[in-house]
Design a binder for this molecule. Structure first.
Ligand code: DON
Length: 313
């Protein structure tokens, strides 16, 4: 049923998006994974789903993009479903770092040398090792199946060029992973864990598919379209807490103040956000700020949250 707010979003979204598009000029497309550098820097798209079949889109919603760090929220959820809270939190902590997403600083500074949280690269690499499966292929298959189920779309797959590009250039992630091995966090073969990690980062979606994944979190683990409980509510609560404290990396504090929604960004320019009990949101805007977050995507979410009073605080 269309509410008054929904009707206002329908009317206002196209112009709000075009206003935010100007902020793409303040960002830069990620290039440390060479294949990502081909993304259009002035693109901006958004899809908002209202928990049933209602969807509003604006801008470049057809643009495919890889999930990158957004996938970390969902691998965390799968690891929690596979290993439980005690299994996961033996290998990864619960605190924000205040450092860059690929920093290794605190791995050596703080005992016992486990990553601070599952949304930084080191933490997500540790989480990849916790996914159940006999080998990297089976783990990756389980992750892809889970993501397809959340998006309600069996056609979702990998961007192989991005996967190969990251595999060939990920010297920093390799060093993080070997450090974790030395610290006893990784028990498996390092390259096998990295294969699982790079693969889930290269899963490709569009804004609509991302919005559908987001609304499962907005409705506490239930897919509002099918009514099926896909994730235990407690684990969604954990994921949303990490999204608030660490989802936008060392910009999470400013994002909580300005936008006030659980969200997760990726270096492809994607942002998943949710308005609890109401909307799942997928955004893409490949031009990034220095913290690795979409300049125009963050601006658009700030505008909408302010206009419609969405902050959870
Ligand atoms: O590991 C990496 O560097 C990328 N595959 C993902 C990083 C990322 O998306 C950080 N987000 N802002």
């Amino acid at each position: 049923m269309a509410t008054e707010e929904w009707n206002r979003i329908v009317t206002e979204l196209p112009s709000r998006l075009e206003d935010s598009r100007a902020y793409t000029a303040q960002g830069r497309v990620a290039a440390y994974i060479p294949e990502l550098a081909h993304a259009p820097g002035n693109a901006l798209g958004i899809a908002i789903m209202n928990g049933a079949s209602g969807i509003i889109t604006a801008g470049d919603v057809a643009l495919p993009f890889t999930l990158q760090s957004i996938s970390k929220v969902f691998t965390l959820l799968l690891a929690l479903m596979d290993k439980g809270e005690s299994g996961v939190f033996a290998k990864v902590g619960m605190e924000p770092t205040g450092d860059n997403f690929n920093s290794m600083l605190k791995l050596e500074l703080v005992d016992p040398g486990i990553p601070f949280n599952p949304l930084i690269n080191a933490g997500a690499i540790a989480v990849s090792s916790l996914i159940a499966g006999a080998d990297p292929a089976e783990k990756s298959e389980r992750i892809l199946t889970f993501f397809r189920q959340l998006a309600g779309d069996p056609t979702i797959g990998y961007n192989d060029a991005v996967y190969r590009s990251e595999t060939a250039t990920a010297h920093r992630n390799r060093s993080l992973a070997y450090f974790l091995k030395a610290n006893g966090v990784l028990e498996e073969d390092v390259e096998e864990v990295l294969e699982v990690y790079f693969k889930h980062c290269s899963i490709e979606v569009n804004c609509t598919q991302l919005a559908r994944m987001a609304q499962v979190l907005a409705f506490d683990g239930t897919d509002p379209v099918t009514g099926r409980q896909l994730i235990p509510r407690r684990y969604v609560q954990i994921a949303k807490s990490f999204m608030i404290t660490c989802g936008m990396y060392n910009e999470s504090g400013a994002f909580a103040i300005r936008v006030g929604l659980p969200a997760k960004s990726g270096v492809s320019g994607g942002i998943l956000a949710l308005v609890p009990g109401k909307y799942g949101i997928g955004v893409v805007g490949p031009a990034l700020n220095a913290k690795g977050n979409s300049t125009a995507g963050v601006h658009l979410l700030e505008t909408l949250s302010t206009e419609f009073d969405w902050s959870i605080f």
